[in-house]
Design a protein around this ligand. Structure first.
Ligand SMILES: [Zn+2]
Length: 392
């Protein structure tokens, strides 16, 4: 099983300078090779392979001698990244590779084994040309290191992400058991509502941070472009943005861990988040609730644990259908938070009813024997909103 361990690193002044030029050279090589490949195809439809691009590195280095000053392994990896962007474009329908920007793109460089190592006994990373770099060993790992990606966050801190092959296989997928399955409805008012009737409210702790960011952005706009004062305010904004991101991430990990601890099968809607964000009225609230991040965390953690994660069709009528008799209430509007079923007379909470339907639809997908409409006979989860929010 592959796992990534991310550590904060503390490079010295000289190492920071070298890292900065490495980030710059990687970006330069990425853009240059993308340009060469693009021009080759545009002029005579030649498709340059990854190795053809890597072979051109020697010529590039003689033309731009300063490329010799940075670790060669990082430059080759920059070419590989450019090729990967092309492969994503061809295979998975992602967009055409873009040029990297000095100001907007993430600063990163990749070291492959044996040009890097983690010396856990002395808490140092060994990186080609950089030497020994101090890191914060908050946890140890067992396994074989594959590569290290060094990045710099927008707040100026450096991190190293180490890809490790743990040598332990992922547990076998457990069979789906209807009694331990739970349906999850994602919402804007409540972050998630489960089919057990448990509601977890949206995190609101970042509202003050948002206000501070808005105020600083006003200050920033009044300063001259390129000035030191403007850069100082920009750094303050970046620090707040990183803080907000970390708070939300922490919250999501709490929620995901609780959900996975309590149930062995989770059913979710396969939401088109990119499409929903295009609705300008809801865009900010949707981006703030980070459903995509929750989905990403649930996907990889369920694999680690051997739990089942089932997605149902995004167009399935989970909200409009009565979870008791299957009546489809087409008169339901977005503002109706609760409704009574005209078919069987049951009174429904909008979100809990949707979560129950999601659970039923997900189980029907994998267990054909499950049909009909189950009631709410199950006991609650113990997913305690107060305990999740307590850490803030
Ligand atoms: Zn009904």
């Amino acid at each position: 099983m592959h796992k990534i361990f991310k550590y904060r690193i503390y490079p010295s002044k000289a190492q920071q300078a070298l890292l900065q030029s490495t980030f710059g050279c990687c970006r330069f090589v990425y853009n240059k090779m993308l340009d060469i490949r693009k021009t080759a195809y545009d002029t005579d439809k030649t498709r340059l392979s990854k190795f053809a691009c890597i072979n051109r590195m020697t010529a590039l280095k003689t033309e731009y001698v300063w490329l010799y000053d940075v670790p060669a392994v990082c430059l080759v990896q920059a070419v590989c990244n450019m090729d990967a962007a092309y492969q994503n474009f061809f295979k998975s329908g992602k967009g055409y590779p873009k040029f990297k920007s000095k100001h907007r793109s993430r600063k990163s460089c990749k070291f492959m084994v044996p040009k890097c190592a983690v010396l856990q006994d002395i808490s140092r990373l060994k990186l080609s040309k950089l030497g020994l770099v101090k890191y914060k060993k908050d946890r140890e790992f067992v396994g074989a290191l594959r590569h290290i990606v060094v990045t710099q966050d927008s707040d100026g801190k450096y991190y190293a992400s180490c890809l490790v092959v743990t040598g332990v296989d992922a547990p076998k997928l457990q069979p789906v058991d209807a009694s331990t399955a739970v349906g999850i409805d994602l919402g804007l008012k409540d972050f998630i509502v489960t089919s057990d009737g448990c509601k977890i409210s949206n995190p609101r702790f970042y509202v003050t941070i948002d206000r501070r960011i808005a105020r600083l952005q006003k200050h920033e706009a009044r300063k001259t472009k390129g000035s030191k004062r403007r850069a100082r305010i920009r750094m303050k904004i970046n620090k707040l943005c990183v803080r907000k991101r970390n708070l939300i991430k922490n919250y999501i990990y709490h929620v995901a861990n609780t959900l996975l601890r309590e149930s062995q099968t989770l059913v979710m809607e396969d939401l088109n988040i990119g499409g929903m964000v295009k609705n300008h009225k809801l865009a900010k609230s949707i981006q703030n609730v980070c459903w995509g991040e929750l989905r990403r965390v649930l996907e990889y953690k369920s694999k680690w644990l051997g739990h089942n994660l089932i997605f149902i069709d995004r167009w399935a009528p989970s909200t409009r259908t009565c979870s008791c008799c299957g009546f489809k209430n087409d008169a339901l509007t977005l503002s109706d938070r609760s409704w009574a079923c005209p078919g069987c007379g049951t009174h429904h909470d909008r979100d809990i009813n949707a979560a129950l339907n999601i659970k039923r639809m997900g189980l029907a997908k994998v267990l054909p024997a499950v049909s009909g409409f189950d009631g709410r006979g199950e006991v609650g989860y113990g997913l305690d909103e107060a305990s999740i929010c307590a850490s803030y």
